[in-house]
Every structure is written in C-alpha cells, then in structure tokens.
Design a binder for this molecule. Structure first.
Ligand code: B12
Ligand SMILES: C[S@@+](CC[C@H](N)C(=O)[O-])C[C@H]1O[C@@H](n2cnc3c(N)ncnc32)[C@H](O)[C@@H]1O
Ligand code: SF4
Length: 425
C-alpha cells in the first residue's frame, strides 16, 4: 500500500483543524480504488508547539510516496524548508504544493524550489486524487491532469486550468467520515457554507480563489454542525467571506442551526458586512448562537475605498454596528494599514472611527500584496513597494511614505494592545 502525508502548519496559539486537507483526504478516500491503494494521513502542526526539526522528525517516522503541503502566505516559507529537507531524505517522494499562495505564481515557485514536483492550482480535491491515481500508473504521465504546473524532466509544464466542481456536496464531509479527527475538543472547527465572495475588494484573494459563488446544501452544513456538537466541539468558525450577504439563505441556515444547537453548546464565529445587518439578522444570529461577529471596515477615506473597490455606507455602518454591540455580540473590527490612498493622518482617522464604534477587539492587519489579486496587478498604478518575499508586506505607496507606514505600524500595534483579543473563553 502506498502512503500519503498531507501537511498543514497552522498559525500560533489556538489552532483549527485544516479543512482544506480534510477535503483532499475525504475526496480521495471516497474513491474505492484510491482508498484501497493508499493510506492517507494528515499532519496538523501548530508553530507554537512544533519547531521545524520536530515537524521533520514527526513526518520522518514513516516514509511517504506523496507529501502534500497546504500553502498560505503565512506558512509557505516554512513549508518549503521542510519540503526541501524531506526531498533530500527521500528523493523518490513526490512533493506537491497547493493552496492560495502558490496557485497564481506556480511557475515561479517551481523555478525557485526545484525539489517541488507539482503545484496544484485552485480547487484541489479532484486534482489531488488524479495526481494520486497517476502515481499508481507505470509512466507517471501528468500531461492530462488539469490544474497542475509540474516538472516534466527539466521542463516546466503548465496544464490547462481545472473547472470548478459543479456541486460542492460531491466532496464528502471530512468530519462525518473522520478524515479530520476531532481528537482535541479545544480546537476550532471550520465550516464552509459557500465558496467565493460576491464582493471583489482588490487586495483580497478570497473572491478570486473560487471565482464563482457556490454553496454547500443546507442539509450538508447542518449535518456537519450537528456532528461537531455531538463530538464536543465548542467553537465553530463559519469561514465565509460574508455570512450575511444573502438574507433568505442566512435565515434558513440560522433557523436550522438553532434547532441542532438549541442548548447553545457550540459558539459560532461569523464574518459579517455591517451594511447588511438589521434587527432580524441579529435575532437570527443570536438564535444560532453566533457570539463573535467579525466585521470588516478596512478604511473610511473615500479615495482609499475607491482604490480598493469597496463600497461603504458610513451611516448604515455606524447604525448597524451599534445594533450588534447592543445585542451583546463580541465584535472584532478589521482594518488594513498601508492601503493606497491612505496616509498617516487618513489612517489615524480610520482608527478614530474604529475606536468610536467601541468594538471589543480590533484586527489591524498590514497590507499584504497577495499573488493573484488586483492590488498586485496595480503595482505601477499605486506605486506599490512591498517585500518581495511572503507575506508581501507593504513598505510604501503613492500616498503613504515608508516612514509614515512605519509610524502607522507602531501606532496600530499600540492600539491593538489596548483591546482585548476576541477569544471565546
Ligand atoms: C480561516 C482563514 C484564516 C484563519 C486560519 C485558520 C486556520 N489555521 O486554518 C485565520 C483567521 C487565523 C486567518 C488569518 C489570516 N489570513 Co486567512 N483565511 C481564512 C479563510 C477564510 C479560509 C481558509 C480555508 O480553510 N478555506 C477553505 C479551503 C477549502 O480553501 P483553500 O484553503 O483555498 O483550499 C483549497 C485549495 O486552495 C486547494 N489546496 C489547499 N491546500 C492544498 C494542498 C494540496 C497538497 C493541494 C493539492 C491542494 C490544496 O484545495 C483546497 C480545496 O479545494 C481564507 C479565505 C478562503 N475562503 O479560503 C483566508 C485566507 C487563507 N487568509 C488570508 C490571509 C492573507 C490571512 C491573513 C494574513 C490576513 C491578515 N493580515 O490578517 C491572516 C494571517 C494571520 C497570521 N499571521 O497568522 C488569505 C491568504 C492568501 C495567501 N496568498 O496565502 C486568504 C486566501 C484570504 C484573502 N485575504 O485573500 N485566516
Ligand atoms: C478574509 S478577510 C474577510 C473580511 C470580510 N469579508 C470583509 O469584508 O471585510 C479577513 C480580514 O483579513 C484582512 N485581509 C484580507 N486581505 C488582506 C491583505 N491582502 N492584506 C492584509 N490584510 C488582509 C482584512 O482586514 C479582512 O477583514
Ligand atoms: S475583503 Fe471580504 S468582502 Fe472583500 S473580497 Fe475579501 S472576503 Fe470579499
């Protein structure tokens, strides 16, 4: 039997079960032929608990035929170091990368890191299963596997892109079939209710990684949440771009969640757009036991908002945010420092606006000029200077000098320290 290891390196502190890898395993094992040919395991590591050497030692307890890494801007550098060392240990092992960080600049990643064999671009479930199937064939010919960029002897081949799955329910739930082992109830479980985003903020890849809006069925979502609650999971993140963008759908989902979560054993976290909140939405969220509302603001300056293509209705925002606060939700308000159009004083005005809303917590991120985003394509237009290495942090732009950004960062960090981080316990 051949062996697959799927590696997820999570951010520090509390960590979530990696949903992406759960899906890959679940989809692969749904195929009887692949299930009988492979043993597939997921290594979920938190950088707080594991040093680089510990991760290598843990993986190297067994020799694998395929090792897959889930790559985001925050973990790709460490993933690559680990992949390189494992390839030296086992030259025959196929190293596969996937995830939003590598999807759009796959050729660059292969050129810079020749020990990586294949990069899966975009949605990974079907692509990864096809790669695994090819490994079982004699000639290992990947020419007809859509959605991959790979080394063919000494040449890089970029195969045509893969169509998105027409029906997300075709991916079996990784919770129900135990692809994701819920071995630590303190961990956070991620539940995806749809893929994509109907907004297209230029700095964000979320609307672009899955360019069409597709939904899991309500039955599927509720089945997962019911199971997670039964397993003792107390914190569930609904990882949607904007949970409340569609009120009829939100109504159906929240009503069903309130039935399976009637004892409020699980506390939920959701990303919301303030402008789409009203008192009915608030009641629905409460009934489902959504306790943390993460709300994006990003900026208040008109020119900045135009540059990032983000609609903003100031009065509605203030009114609806108050509704959320007054109804006892823990709120986290997101802003981004370093956006083109802002400068120190304009950014300070955004921060003043944030403080006036009295959120429980503030998430102050520094602009990352992410691969595949419109922001990255606007490098010249906005005179963007950013770190060429992940996480591509902004250094300066046409309106925000490097020194002002440096000072704004100090100021942001101080403000964040003043706020409690939104934490359920
Ligand atoms: C949950 C989440 C988080 C959680 C992480 C929890 C965790 N450990 O999993 C938290 C809140 C911590 C977080 C933080 C941040 N995040 Co975040 N986050 C997400 C979110 C909403 C969901 C991720 C997810 O699970 N998606 C569902 C899975 C199924 O999709 P997927 O990951 O893309 O996986 C599919 C494919 O990519 C592919 N694939 C993935 N891995 C692999 C591996 C292999 C081998 C293969 C073959 C295929 C494959 O197949 C999968 C199935 O189709 C995404 C947006 C989104 N909707 O995806 C952003 C996203 C991943 N985050 C992003 C960013 C930028 C951040 C922040 C840096 C933002 C900030 N500055 O505050 C911070 C980082 C904080 C830090 N320093 O740690 C970016 C990443 C872009 C990039 N180039 O990496 C995204 C895409 C959103 C965006 N802004 O565009 N995030
Ligand atoms: C995945 S986004 C979802 C936010 C929500 N949908 C909204 O409309 O604001 C979560 C947060 O990550 C931050 N973020 C997203 N893209 C970023 C980038 N390129 N650089 C820095 N922070 C970013 C933003 O503050 C954002 O609110
Ligand atoms: S920031 Fe939020 S609304 Fe804008 S594209 Fe990203 S997920 Fe969608």
């Amino acid at each position: 039997m051949k062996k697959i290891m799927l590696v997820a390196i999570n951010q520090p502190k509390r960590y979530a079960f990696c949903l992406a890898l759960g899906y890959l395993k679940s989809y692969l094992e749904n195929d009887p032929f692949l299930r009988s040919a492979y043993r597939c395991v997921i290594g979920n590591y938190s950088i707080e608990e594991f040093e680089e050497d510990d991760i290598i030692d843990d993986i190297a307890k067994e020799q694998y035929d395929i090792i897959g890494f889930s790559c985001y801007s925050l973990n790709v550098t460490l993933n690559l170091r680990i992949a390189e060392r494992l390839k030296k240990l086992w030259p025959e092992c196929l190293i596969v990368l996937g995830g939003p960080e590598v999807s759009e600049i796959s050729e660059k990643y292969l050129v810079d890191n020749p020990y990586v064999d294949i990069i899966a671009r975009g949605e990974g479930e079907v692509t990864f299963s096809e790669i695994a199937r090819k490994i079982l064939e004699k000639d290992h010919d990947f020419a007809d596997v859509e959605g991959i960029t790979y080394w063919n002897k000494n040449e890089i081949k970029v195969n045509k892109s893969r169509q998105l799955l027409d029906d997300l329910d075709k991916i079996p739930s990784p919770y129900l079939n135990e692809s994701i082992l819920l071995d630590n109830p303190k961990n956070i479980a991620l539940v995806e209710t749809f893929r994509g985003c109907r907004f297209k903020c230029t700095y964000c890849y979320e609307g672009k990684n899955f360019p069409k809006l597709r939904h899991f069925s309500v039955e599927r979502i509720i089945g997962d949440i019911k199971y997670l609650i039964k397993k003792g999971i107390t914190e569930i993140w609904l990882i949607n771009s904007t949970f409340n963008y569609n009120k009829p759908l939100l109504t159906r989902i929240c009503k069903k969640i309130s039935e399976v979560n009637s004892e409020k054993k699980a506390r939920l976290v959701a990303d919301l757009r303030a402008e789409y909140i009203d008192s009915e939405v608030v009641e629905l969220l409460k009934s489902a036991n959504v306790v943390i509302a993460e709300i994006g603001l990003q900026a208040v300056n008109k020119e900045t908002l135009e540059n990032i293509k983000r609609p903003f209705d100031r009065n509605k925002f203030i009114e609806n945010f108050r509704l959320v606060v007054d109804n006892g939700f823990k709120t986290c308000l997101d802003v981004i420092c370093g956006l083109p159009g802002d400068n120190f004083f304009r950014f300070a005005r955004t921060m003043k606006f944030v403080i006036n809303q009295r959120p429980v917590s503030v998430s102050g991120a520094f602009l990352e000029v992410l691969p595949g985003t419109e922001m990255r394509e606007s490098k010249e237009r906005f005179d963007l200077v950013y770190d060429p290495q992940p996480n591509y942090e902004i250094i300066s732009n046409y309106s925000f000098s490097a020194d002002e950004i440096r000072r704004a960062k100090i100021f942001t960090k101080k403000i964040i320290r003043e706020y409690h981080s939104v934490c359920i316990d």
